[in-house]
Design a protein around this ligand. Structure first.
Ligand code: FAD
Ligand code: SF4
Ligand code: SF4
Length: 521
C-alpha cells in the first residue's frame, strides 16, 4: 500500500483537535488515605461499611483530595471502602498502567503477542495474533457486529450483550452507567435540578429495564466502581457483569478477589479523551461545536471521517469537521487522566466494543454502522454467544478489514496537537478553519487516509505518542516509561527510532521538562 501523504503543511495546524491541559506535575505519590490493608480487609459480602473501616473519599473533594490528584480519572474506587487498595489498584499511581502486562496474563491466561505491530499497513489476515500488539489479547479476530437497540450510542451491541447475559441467568446484576441527575443516588429523579443525558450515574441494574438505562455514552468521567460497596453488601449478587472503560476495569481487576464473587464478567468499551465533567462536555458542544440547544443533544462522537457527529433528539445529526473546531477548546475538554492513559483498547476486559476500526455505513450514521467486537477469552465468548442466541447482536464480519499505512499521519497529528503545543509553546489556533475548508480537509483525509483497522492503528498510535509526551513532561522519563505497558513502549520506541518529526517533538518536550524541573521559564 502507498502510505498516505501527510496533509499539506499549511493545513497541519488544523489537523489536531485535541487540546490539552498542561496540569500541575504530580511529584511524589500522595499518601494512601487509609491504613486498612489488602484482600478482604473490609470484610466479605454483607460487612461493608461497618465499624472503623477505611473511609471513602467525599466526591466533593475531587480531584485534589484523591490520591492521583489531577490525574485521577474518578473511576469510583476511592468512593468505596476499597479505597484501602488504591496504591495497588489505581491506574495512575506508581507504575499505573504499566501493571497491565502482568494483569493481562493473569486475567486472560496469557499476555498479548506483540511481535507484529503491523508497521506499514497491509493485510495481516494470515498472520497469527497479527493485531494483538495494539489491540490486546485476542481469543477471536477483531470482528464487526451490530445490535438492535434504537436509543443506544451506536447500535447497542454493549446493551444487547448486557441484557442477554442477564436474561440468560448468567449473572445476578449488571453495573452500567445511566443518565443521572448528579445527586449520586442513581435514581435519575432529577433531585438536583433535572435529569441530563450528559451526567453519568453508575447503577447496579437487576432487571433488563434497568440495563436499558445504560444506553448511550455519557461523555464524562464516570465513577463506575462506586457501586462496589453495594455489590459487596448484597448477598444476592454472586455473579456480576461490569460494563466500563479501561481505567476502571484495571482497578476492578486489582480488587476482584475482594469482591468474593462466584463469577465476574467484564464488558468493556474502547475509550479515549473523555471530558472531566458533564459541564465540560456541554461547554465543548456549545463553545467548540457551536451547538445552540445543548439540551436537545443525545450524544456525540469523534468519528472516522474526521468529523465530530452530534446526535440530536429526534434522530438528526450535526456534523462538524475536526479542523473547524477551535484549538483552544481542547484543554478544558479532555481530562488530564486521559492524557496519561495507555489503555484505549481496554486490555483487561473479557470482551470490548468500540468503533474506531469499523467502516461507517453509507450516510455515516452511527446508529446504522457496525461496531468492532474484540473477544479476549472464553468468558467474553460466552457473553457474545448469549447475545447472538438471543438475537440481540449479529456478527456482520468475522474479521475487521482495513487498508493504508498510518505512521506518517500519526506523527504529523502529534506534532500539531494542541496538547503537545501547550508544552512546547506552539501557537494554538483560537479559531478553526473556515467550514468549507474544514469540510474539504476532512473529505481529502477521509479519502486518502487509513481505513478500517488501519484507521484504528492510526488513532491508537496517535494517542500513545501524545500521552507519552504528556507523561514525559509531567513525570519525567523514568516514571513515564514505567507507567506504560510494553506495547506502548514498543510503539514509542519505533517512532523515536524511525520518525525524525517525532524525535524533534520529543526532544522539545524533554527540554521543556528539564527547564521546568530546574525552575527556569
Ligand atoms: P450502548 O448500548 O449505548 O451502551 C453504552 C454503554 O456505555 C453502557 O454500558 C454504559 O454503561 C456505558 N457508558 C455510558 N457512559 C459511560 C461513561 N461515561 N463511562 C463509562 N461507561 C459509560 N470507542 C472508540 O472506538 N473510540 C473512542 O475514542 C471511544 N471513546 C469512548 C469514550 C467513552 C467515555 C465511552 C463510554 C465509550 C467510548 N467508546 C469509544 C466506545 C463507543 O463510544 C461506544 O460506547 C461503543 O461503541 C458502544 O456503543 P453501543 O451502541 O454498543 O453502546
Ligand atoms: Fe482513586 Fe480511581 Fe482516582 Fe485512582 S483513578 S485516585 S483509584 S478514584
Ligand atoms: Fe479512563 Fe483512559 Fe477513558 Fe480517560 S481515556 S476515561 S483514563 S479509560
Amino acid at each position: 500500500m502507498t502510505p498516505p501523504p501527510p496533509p499539506p503543511p499549511m493545513l497541519l495546524p488544523l489537523l489536531l483537535l485535541p487540546l490539552l491541559s498542561p496540569g500541575p506535575a504530580l511529584g511524589l505519590l500522595p499518601p494512601v488515605p487509609s491504613s486498612s490493608s489488602s484482600k478482604g480487609s473490609v470484610g466479605g459480602k454483607g460487612s461493608v461499611g461497618g465499624g472503623g473501616g477505611p473511609r471513602p473519599i467525599d466526591p466533593a473533594g475531587w480531584p485534589q483530595r484523591f490520591p492521583a490528584k489531577e490525574h485521577c480519572s474518578r473511576c469510583g474506587l476511592c468512593e468505596t471502602a476499597l479505597v484501602s487498595r488504591v496504591s495497588d489498584a489505581c491506574a495512575f499511581l506508581g507504575p499505573g498502567m504499566g501493571r497491565i502486562d502482568a494483569l493481562e496474563a493473569e486475567v486472560h491466561g496469557r499476555g498479548r503477542d506483540g511481535t507484529d505491530l503491523a508497521w506499514g499497513g497491509g493485510d495481516r489476515a494470515a498472520v497469527p495474533h497479527a493485531e494483538e500488539g495494539r489491540f490486546g489479547v485476542l481469543h477471536r479476530p477483531v470482528a464487526l457486529a451490530r445490535g438492535t437497540e434504537r436509543e443506544a450510542q451506536w447500535t447497542g451491541v454493549v446493551t444487547g450483550i448486557a441484557a442477554a447475559v442477564l436474561e440468560a441467568g448468567m449473572v445476578d446484576a449488571v453495573v452500567c452507567v445511566a443518565a443521572g441527575d448528579g445527586d449520586g443516588d442513581g435514581d435519575g429523579d432529577g433531585a438536583d435540578g433535572g435529569g441530563d443525558w450528559s451526567s453519568p450515574e453508575p447503577i447496579l441494574a437487576r432487571t433488563v429495564a434497568e440495563v436499558m438505562r445504560g444506553r448511550g455514552v455519557k461523555p464524562s468521567l464516570a465513577p463506575s466502581l462506586r457501586v462496589l460497596d453495594e455489590v459487596r453488601a448484597d448477598p444476592a449478587v454472586r455473579r456480576l457483569l461490569f460494563c466500563g472503560v479501561g481505567c476502571a476495569v484495571q482497578a476492578l481487576r486489582s480488587v476482584e478477589a475482594d469482591l468474593d464473587l462466584d463469577e465476574l464478567y467484564v464488558l468493556g468499551t474502547n475509550c479515549a479523551d473523555n471530558s472531566p465533567t458533564p459541564e465540560a462536555a456541554r461547554n465543548f458542544l456549545r463553545d467548540g461545536a457551536g451547538i445552540g440547544d445543548v439540551g436537545g443533544v443525545r450524544g456525540y462522537e469523534f468519528m472516522q471521517d474526521f468529523r465530530v457527529h452530534v446526535k440530536e433528539e429526534g434522530g438528526g445529526y450535526t456534523k462538524l469537521p475536526y479542523f473547524s473546531l477551535p484549538g483552544t477548546i481542547a484543554e478544558a475538554s479532555i481530562a488530564p487522566s486521559c492524557l496519561a492513559c495507555f489503555d484505549y483498547v481496554n486490555a483487561l476486559a473479557d470482551v470490548v466494543v468500540g468503533y474506531m476500526g469499523a467502516p461507517l455505513a453509507p450516510g455515516g450514521r452511527m446508529d446504522r454502522s457496525s461496531q468492532t467486537l474484540t473477544v479476549r477469552n472464553g468468558r467474553g465468548a460466552r457473553m457474545v454467544d448469549a447475545a447472538i442466541r438471543a438475537g440481540r447482536v449479529t456478527v456482520v464480519a468475522e474479521r475487521a478489514g482495513g487498508s493504508g499505512s498510518h505512521e506518517a499521519l500519526a506523527s504529523a497529528t502529534v506534532a500539531k496537537d494542541a496538547a503537545v503545543m501547550a508544552i512546547t509553546g506552539g501557537d494554538i489556533p483560537e479559531r478553526g478553519m473556515p467550514r468549507p475548508l474544514g469540510e474539504l480537509m476532512a473529505t481529502v483525509l477521509g479519502g486518502i487516509g487509513p481505513k478500517g483497522i488501519a484507521f484504528a492503528r492510526y488513532s491508537l498510535d496517535y494517542h500513545v505518542l501524545r500521552n507519552h509526551l504528556h507523561t514525559l513532561h509531567e513525570w519525567g522519563e523514568d516514571r513515564a516509561r514505567s507507567a506504560m505497558p510494553d506495547y506502548a513502549r514498543s510503539i514509542v520506541d519505533r517512532y523515536v527510532r524511525e520518525d525524525a518529526q517525532f524525535q524533534a517533538v520529543r526532544e522539545a518536550v524533554l527540554a521543556k521538562g528539564r527547564k521546568k524541573r530546574e525552575g527556569r521559564p
